[in-house]
Design a binder for this molecule. Structure first.
Ligand code: 13P
Length: 254
């Protein structure tokens, strides 16, 4: 059985004070929920403060990106050692905004993933097709390629420590979520690819869906057998809607 995962990607939003306020609100409303793993991913500037806010609760904290090297002349970058230093346990890697706005390649994502695992930081690897790729009918092959390249060299033992998020690029921030049926199709396909690479561990890896997740589409998404949770952007910036998504996700039983 896979515990449902709800991760909030706050992207480039919130000052430290705003982030702390939102975290307290989330803690108050759903801090006691047991059947769900909540991960907050604030911007780097707020990370340290949010790790402090979450100490003693079962809410975990993740970064939105990192460099693969431990240190060096990489102006503007943040290393896995720095994330570890502040107690950050997760990192989102290969988000579509990193790939499409900042030109990250599958090779970059792979180096980051192996480095994160080496440092005991659990990667949330994002994959997903653009609208153009969907219209060309290459959704499955695009996700397959991103997965195979992103996971290259990952050992069987470490496979249990990763999370995958399927985020179709056209559904991100558009208000237009993939249908539950389409999301389940891709998540199921991802599970098949993972089984080919990792055999047994594939059943343990949480596969999330992301892209315009809201309180009114969460039930249908979470009802799908291969949707183990969600990666939420816009709706995670609002305490009421994010905690409603968390509460509803915690109801998943299988
Ligand atoms: P939205 O929920 O705003 O569509 O963003 C999804 C996302 O990119 C999460 O990583």
């Amino acid at each position: 059985m896979r515990t449902p995962v709800v991760a909030g990607n706050w992207k480039m939003h919130l000052t430290r004070e705003e982030a702390a306020g939102l975290t307290r609100d989330i803690k108050e409303k759903v801090g006691g929920e047991e059947n769900v793993k909540v991960i907050l991913c604030p911007p780097f500037t707020a990370l340290d403060g949010i790790v402090g806010e979450c100490r003693g609760s079962n809410i975990q904290v993740g970064a939105q990106n990192m460099h693969w090297e431990d240190e060096g002349a990489f102006t503007g970058e943040i290393s896995p050692l720095m994330l570890k230093d502040i107690g950050c346990k997760y990192v989102i890697l290969g988000h579509s905004e990193r790939r499409h706005v900042f030109g990250e390649t599958d090779e970059d994502v792979n180096k980051k993933l192996l480095s994160a695992v080496r440092h005991n930081i659990r990667p949330i690897l994002c994959v997903g097709e653009t609208l153009e790729q969907r219209e060309e009918g290459v959704t499955d092959t695009t996700c397959r390629e991103q997965l195979e390249k992103g996971l290259e060299g990952l050992s069987q033992e470490n496979a249990e420590n990763i999370i995958i998020a399927y985020e179709p690029v056209w559904a991100i921030g558009t208000g237009k979520s993939a249908s539950a049926k389409d999301a389940e199709h891709v998540n199921n396909y991802i599970r098949i690819i993972l089984s080919g690479i990792f055999s047994k561990a594939a059943e343990l890896i949480p596969i999330l869906y992301g892209g315009s997740v809201k309180p009114d589409n969460i039930d249908e998404l979470m009802a799908q057998p291969n949707i183990d949770g969600v990666l939420v952007g816009g709706a995670s910036l609002n305490g009421d809607s994010f905690t409603e998504i968390i509460r509803k996700s915690a109801l998943k039983t299988s």
